[in-house]
Design a protein around this ligand. Structure first.
Ligand SMILES: *[C@@H]1O[C@H](CO)[C@@H](O)[C@H](O)[C@H]1NC(C)=O
Ligand SMILES: *[C@@H]1O[C@H](CO)[C@@H](O)[C@H](O)[C@H]1NC(C)=O
Ligand code: FES
Ligand SMILES: [Fe+2]
Length: 459
């Protein structure tokens, strides 16, 4: 006790000493010192609030410009009913095995359509391929190398070098317009895939047949698309630029990204399946994405209501574009309506959808791409763009989360459903029939069958 007491005294002494006085630490003296110290207070206050202000503004600045990325793997969504029953946690080593067993046990259905339709498919997002970068992309039953030249142009070639089969996307180096193979440094032109240089060839000639398949590609609206069509004569359609994105009036607020375990046709079919909207997307979003629990009584105070219609193109309109109109509102106690969103969606080909939205607080756009990675694995991305504002800095993040929850509810169905070739539809389901008829234009006689596609993969 004594020791502690003297230490206290010592501290007080040095403190008051530091304030320019000496004292013995009595209360009176301490108060006197405190009064003198007050002279210093304005400065302390200024520093304190100034610092706080700086930290807050920096936080606000980060929040204003921060994009939200919500990314889920194949094993993240839709298998909880199995994992919970077996008490398997997030980092359990048996997790992936258990999920894969569930995938193998699923009867996927008979007469599945070809897994890789004809059309434009997203292979990368623009921001993920910088100048001089080369990446390998596996999708559509193909192994591709996608690279950006120093001049900024994107090229897509078959990945395997015709020399000894190295994958150009794994260690290949971009040189000018060409990509150089990592194995023996043969160079291939991005323009046409022709080999242009074999550094150790004494004659300096290059065999004409040393050529890689060149894929047509298109970079638009933040995505890099590749044209996949089994019939080489068919000319690709173009994907329209979203002007607001192109000229920078609307900016990128973030995205979500999922791997879904179903046939590609199932994902856009959602647009024509109006009856699932109130069943799956009606329950309040705050009750989450697990459809086993997505309708607890306590969340019933608020429900999402949807009015939807789907339209195949009419005479004279481009065949590859279908339209969907959707009106969303959030109803509280089935009385008050808020959060009204008017949606006009364009399904452009088999794997790309533009959703133009109007709300009372302004417009925004969501771009969806669906790319088949395996016959029954789809990579789905939604990217969000809107005018730059404080409101959108808040609202867009909310919208991304809300849309992710709604999409994950669909995923929980998709990951376990069968594909039914001849579904049992009632009159009210007729749009699904029109949708399937419309979508069938993206398969041709020569499309690789589902069975063949599965056999070609190394399982
Ligand atoms: C794609 O680019 C974004 C933004 O630069 C980055 O955060 C993300 O990690 C990249 N993803 C991949 C797979 O490289
Ligand atoms: C959104 O508003 C714009 C401008 O008023 C209009 O041209 C567009 O058709 C609207 N879109 C939807 C989906 O309501
Ligand atoms: S394998 Fe590509 S250069 Fe030899
Ligand atoms: Fe849905």
């Amino acid at each position: 006790m004594e020791k502690l007491g003297s230490m206290m005294e010592y501290r007080l002494k040095t403190f008051t000493g530091w304030m320019g006085r000496s004292g013995n630490g009595s209360l009176e003296e301490l108060l006197n010192d405190a009064c003198d110290t007050l002279v210093l207070w304005p400065w302390v206050t200024v520093l304190w609030y100034g610092g706080l202000g700086l930290v807050l503004s920096y936080g606000l600045y980060l929040f204003y410009y921060q994009v939200l990325v919500w990314k889920r793997d194949l094993t993240d969504i839709g298998y909880n009913h199995i994992l919970d029953a077996a008490r398997i946690g997030k980092s359990d080593r048996t997790r992936v095995d258990t999920i894969n067993r569930a995938r193998r046990l699923r009867k996927i259905g008979d007469r599945l359509p070809p897994p890789y339709p004809n059309g434009w498919f997203s292979v990368l997002e623009s921001e993920n391929l910088t100048r001089g970068e080369a990446k390998s992309v596996d999708c559509l039953g193909q192994n591709l190398v996608v690279f950006r030249t120093e001049a900024g142009e994107v090229n897509v070639l078959d990945a395997y070098c015709p020399h000894l089969g190295a994958n150009l996307g794994v260690g290949g180096i971009v040189r000018g317009d060409c990509i150089e193979c990592p194995f023996h440094h043969w160079s291939f032109s991005g323009q046409d895939g022709q080999c242009t240089n074999i550094p150790y060839s004494k004659s300096g000639t290059v065999p004409k047949v040393a050529r890689l398949r060149k894929w047509r590609s298109l970079e638009v609206n933040g995505f890099i698309f590749v044209w996949h069509h089994v019939d080489p004569e068919v000319e690709p359609w173009t994907i329209n630029v979203v002007q607001e994105i192109e000229d920078g009036r609307w900016v990128y607020y973030g995205k979500n990204e999922f791997l879904v375990n179903c046939h590609i046709q199932d994902v856009p079919e959602n647009g024509a399946d109006v009856a699932h909207l109130s069943a799956v997307h009606g329950p309040n979003m705050i009750s989450g994405s697990d459809i086993r629990y997505s309708r607890p009584a306590w969340a019933d105070f608020g429900m999402h209501s949807w009015f939807a219609s789907w339209k195949a193109p009419e005479e004279g309109e481009p065949m590859h574009i279908a339209k969907m109109d959707l009106v969303h509102s959030f109803r509280i106690f089935n009385k008050f309506e808020m959060g009204k969103i008017d949606v006009r969606a364009y399904q452009i080909g088999p794997g790309y959808v533009q959703l133009m939205m109007n709300t009372s607080m302004g417009p925004f756009v969501v771009l969806q791409t669906v790319t088949p990675i395996e016959p029954l694995v789809q990579k789905v991305i939604h990217r969000f763009y809107a005018p730059r504002s404080m409101w959108n800095a808040i609202f867009q993040k909310f919208a991304i989360l809300a849309e992710s929850i709604m999409f994950e509810r669909d995923m929980m169905v998709w990951n376990h459903k069968q594909f039914i070739d001849n579904p049992l539809l009632i009159k009210e389901d007729r749009l699904i029939k029109s949708y399937r008829k419309w979508y069938s234009q993206f398969y041709s006689e020569n499309s690789m069958s589902f069975t063949m596609a599965k056999e070609k993969l190394d399982w």
